[in-house]
Design a protein around this ligand. Structure first.
Ligand code: 5GP
Length: 365
């Protein structure tokens, strides 16, 4: 097995609806096509296309959301996404998703996230740890929770993946809707929700709309990651950095001043190489900011963003970075391991994940 696949990895920037298998999307589209709800030939063409601009990506998400908005489908895609990450040796995954309302399906933000949790419980291929503390709910998960040595507590030797959730605020949402998501995250903390993400089309919405909810989340101890600098918007980038998020995603359109501020604040950056190239946010890897951040020792973590939409994988991102920037395996292992410092789960989970990584490195490589 190639080193980039067998190496234990941490994924911190993965959107649930962006990580769906093409085969599942096509199956769902065919079902809706049979019911006359979508035109399958048109939809098929959009799903199988791989090069898309940033604005086309958001049109695709609107389509994906038409295909996935019922509880059963949300549960199914969650299960499959976890299985796919576990299959490529991701040992800790922070999965982010936007809680959605769909009145016609009886769905509200809470029931959407409950459907996601159901998907975590439905995984049988690997042990999924999604609770920070054993609770009554752990019975529903076969009594599985983190043991400090990182193995499943029910004594099995199955592969194990830690999964924590980030609830996303979509930039199309109002202050009230954003606040509702933060309150939901606070209520679902004991079920593995560890933070908040701000995402959605970067040319829509104003930073000040989301700020009250993000400040409240921060005051309450939730950790926050922001999609920052996907389009040139220096005023917003400065405001976001001033907010001191625990991490940011992308950072593609930074000027010299913004780089200096980011570096002085040492805010970790979630780097999504394939996504940036496919959406043409960065024209080529030769000029990607990965190289500068890596060489200057700035905290970074390689991520997929949307493994389904961009046909990538965490392993693929490590392989790509190694070849594009001429980095040796040993350094890539160090880079992968350093991601443990930026996870939103607590010290207990960090320790368990660390053990999983060490076992994986010693056993599999
Ligand atoms: P979901 O939250 O529905 O599970 O995942 C899809 C959503 O994540 C999209 O509708 C969008 O709001 C957000 N998203 C996915 N990829 C990107 C990206 O590259 N940039 C931004 N800003 N948002 C994204």
């Amino acid at each position: 097995m190639d080193w980039w696949v067998s190496m234990p990895k941490i994924e911190l920037h993965a959107h649930l609806n962006g990580s769906i298998r093409d085969s599942t999307l096509l199956e769902l589209a065919r079902e809706l096509g049979d019911k006359g709800l979508v035109s399958f030939p048109d939809v098929e063409h959009v799903i199988v296309k791989h090069d898309r601009s940033l604005s086309e990506v958001f049109k695709l998400f609107d389509l994906i959301h038409i295909l996935t908005t019922d509880h059963e489908t949300v549960t199914r895609i969650t299960k499959e996404v976890i299985e796919d990450f576990a299959a490529e040796n991701v040992v800790y995954l922070e999965l982010r998703t936007t809680p959605k309302k769909n009145v016609s399906k009886g769905m509200n933000k809470r029931s959407y996230i409950e459907a996601v949790l159901e998907g975590l419980r439905a995984v049988t291929m690997v042990e999924v740890d999604f609770l920070s503390e054993p609770s009554i709910d752990s019975q529903a998960n076969g009594g599985i929770y983190a043991r400090s040595d990182g193995y499943a507590s029910n004594g099995t030797e199955k592969k194990k993946i830690f999964v924590r959730l980030l609830l996303s605020i979509d930039r199309r949402e109002s202050t009230e809707a954003a606040m509702e998501t933060v309150k939901l995250a606070l209520e679902m903390r004991h079920q593995g929700v560890v933070g908040i993400d701000l995402s959605g089309n970067p040319i829509i919405g104003e930073w000040l709309t989301f700020l009250p909810a993000l400040e409240f989340a921060k005051e309450q101890g939730l950790l926050i990651t922001l999609h920052c600098g996907e389009v040139p918007n220096p005023v917003e980038i400065h405001a976001m950095l001033h907010f001191l998020p625990a991490r940011i995603g992308h950072a593609c359109c930074f000027g010299e001043e913004e780089w200096a501020k980011l570096k002085s604040l040492k805010i970790p950056v979630e780097i999504c190489l394939t996504s940036n190239i496919r959406t043409e946010t960065i024209s080529s890897l030769d000029i990607h900011h990965f190289a500068d951040l890596y060489n200057s020792g700035h905290p970074i973590v390689l991520c997929t963003d949307d493994s389904g939409v961009f046909s990538t994988s965490v392993s693929g991102e490590y392989s790509l970075a190694a070849s594009a920037f001429g980095i040796q395996n040993r350094e890539m292992f160090q880079l992968a391991r350093s991601a443990i410092n930026f996870i939103f789960a607590g010290d207990k989970e960090s320790f368990s994940v660390f053990i999983l990584i060490v076992i994986g490195l010693n056993g599999g490589l």
